[in-house]
Design a protein around this ligand. Structure first.
Ligand code: PEP
Ligand code: MG
Length: 574
């Protein structure tokens, strides 16, 4: 048995698939060989070329079971690129005249051909550039002996085991066949964990190195609530967990009945219960679970895992989809929050020592103004199809906020000039997720229409605990009094300025935490759709007076364990 950090509730029972990280070919860039090695490099290239051809044929046969004929044409396009003399001559010339090793030669040639295609600025050529990059990766796979696993097409009842999964990998998992995943790294509020909760995939993170000792084909039970992974379980364990699985499913069925009920306390105080999404298609699950709007659309997922930035039109279509599917309910669209654990290929951002403290979110937008303006234009244009609001992430001070608002003002003026319609009264808000912003919440509140507290980051910055690092995850606790005092300050400052204060950090999705937040006066609770019914039930089962009293007492306590125990006792004792 391996114990990790519980990241996404649910029991998974299935067979292990061990996903080994691909060796990073970029480390070969510019690597030289001696003249005596040239022949060997050339024969390695020829062998890799042949192997790639075979691999493409095999992959096409496998894909033909799930893809339509028109989608299979992609493999023909890849074969053409593979056999293109320009690519092959360039690689061979790099080896012979530049004395580059074969991996470096492929990287160099692919980079050059890609740049040539991208210089001709049209969609068709962009697609060709992507093809060349993909074929280059196939050749490098063959050279480095990398095994590819297509995460979007898995065998039935798969439990994925990996060192790490990126948020983009997780979004792309084969939802039908995956029964859970367990990874060596990560924390509870990493975006990989958040995506797993959104997609309702049971998950355990931060399992440590031992998880990689599991072999593909091992039988596994994974409990996303306790963070336990059992390898080749006994019959009694199967029985125990199958019963647990059934209990979860029954509770989920029962709680569905709350769907059309409001999030109102027993003494009539109503709050807003809304959902966090990363893709427009997830808006429907917010409604299914009884949410009354979107409190956070993480738009950066439109930018991840692709080599070109999404165009204004593409983004417009996505925001329009969200607006329309929510049928007039409020939807907060957060401008892109790239950086940290969400890296974007198309920006070619160099690796940073401390990515969460680095070039991220609004900082990128204020530097790459055209990228920012493109997104703002798309959101504004979509605003006529529903009730959209715009939210800026990672605001650390007043100047940054004013700069973002100024650029938004320019985009609005440009649209007005061209008579392009948008919601002129669209509300603007910010995330409060940096301690400096929490401390000056009174000043920031005068500049915006709403706040949304991002505790995932607020916690890591306040407590100096990397949200991704399993070694310090025991210190990551939103019930630390330091965090709670900041939250109280933000809510009070917001209310004094007459604006609503919500929370879209994961803290709001936990029942005990939600009761404290209710008592502190939070107006809007935003969370992964699957948590909505459980928090709704907790709010409907308590009076606001009692929640207020609990919060008041909590604010006088000294340590998180005392707070945790006290809230549990008050909630479940009577
Ligand atoms: C947060 O920081 O709490 C938040 C909601 O934003 P993200 O998790 O995307 O950083
Ligand atoms: Mg954040």
């Amino acid at each position: 048995m391996i114990k990790g950090i519980p990241a996404s509730k649910g029991i998974g029972i299935g067979k292990a698939l061990v996903y080994k990280e691909a060796e990073d070919s970029n480390k070969f860039a510019g690597r030289k060989v001696t003249e005596t090695e040239i022949e060997n490099e050339i024969s390695r290239f020829k062998a890799a070329h042949e192997a790639t051809g075979k691999k493409l044929d095999e992959t096409k046969i496998k894909a033909s079971k799930v893809l339509e004929e028109k989608d299979l044409q992609l493999f023909e396009a890849y074969k053409m690129v593979l056999n293109d003399p320009i690519l092959n001559d360039m690689v061979l010339a790099n080896i012979k005249t530049q004395l580059l090793c074969v991996e470096a030669s492929v990287l160099e040639a692919v980079g050059k051909i890609k740049a040539m295609f991208l210089a001709i600025n049209n969609e068709y050529m962009k697609q060709r550039a992507e093809d060349v990059e993909n074929v280059g990766n196939y050749i490098l796979d063959a050279l480095l002996g990398r095994e590819r696993i297509d995460l979007s097409h898995l065998e039935e009842d798969t439990i994925l085991i990996a060192k790490d999964l990126t948020p983009a990998d997780t979004v792309g998992l084969d939802k039908k066949h995956i029964k859970g995943f367990a990874i060596e790294k990560g924390g509870e509020t990493s975006h990989t964990a958040i995506v797993a909760r959104t997609l309702e995939i049971p998950a355990v993170v931060g399992c440590g190195e031992n998880i990689m000792n599991i072999s593909s084909g091992d039988s596994l039970i994974l409990d996303g609530e306790t963070g336990i992974v059992i390898i080749n379980p006994k019959a009694t364990e199967f029985e125990e967990y199958s019963a647990k699985f059934l209990k979860h499913s029954t509770e989920a069925e029962e709680i569905k009945q709350l769907r059309d009920k409001s999030a109102e306390t027993r003494d009539g105080i109503r709050v807003e219960l809304v959902g966090n999404i990363a893709k427009p298609e997830e808006a429907s699950s917010v409604l299914e679970k009884g949410g009354e709007g979107i409190g956070l659309f993480r738009t950066e997922f439109l930018y991840l895992d692709r080599s070109q930035l999404p165009t204004e039109e593409e983004q417009f279509q996505e925001y329009k989809k969200v607006a329309e599917s929510m049928g007039g309910l409020p939807c907060i669209i957060r401008t892109m929050d790239i950086g940290g654990d969400k890296q974007m290929k198309s920006l070619h951002m160099p690796a940073e020592e401390n990515p969460f403290l680095g070039y991220r979110a609004i900082r990128i937008c204020l530097n790459e103004i055209e990228i920012f303006k493109t997104q703002l234009r798309a959101i504004l244009r979509a605003s006529v199809y529903g009730k959209l609001k715009i939210m800026f992430p990672m605001i650390s001070g007043i100047e940054e906020l004013r700069e973002a608002k100024k650029i938004l003002g320019e985009v609005k003026a440009e649209l007005n000039e061209k008579n392009i319609p948008f919601d002129q009264s669209l509300k603007i808000g910010i995330m409060i997720e940096i301690p400096s912003a929490a401390m000056i919440a009174d000043l920031l509140a005068k500049e915006v229409d709403f706040f949304s507290i991002g505790t995932n980051d607020l916690c890591q910055y306040t407590l100096a605990v990397d949200r991704m690092n399993e070694k310090v995850s025991y210190l990551y606790n939103p019930l630390h009094l330091g965090v709670l005092r900041l939250i109280r300050n933000i809510i009070e400052a917001g209310h004094q300025a007459g604006i609503k204060v919500g929370m879209c950090g994961e803290m709001a999705a936990n029942i005990e935490n939600a009761v404290i937040l209710l008592g502190l006066g939070l107006d809007e609770f935003s969370m992964v759709p699957s948590s909505i019914p459980y928090v709704k039930r907790a709010i409907r089962n308590i009076t606001f007076e009692k929640a207020k009293q609990i919060a008041e007492n909590v604010m006088k306590m000294e340590n998180t364990k005392q707070i945790n125990d006290y809230v549990k006792e008050r909630l479940y004792a009577d």
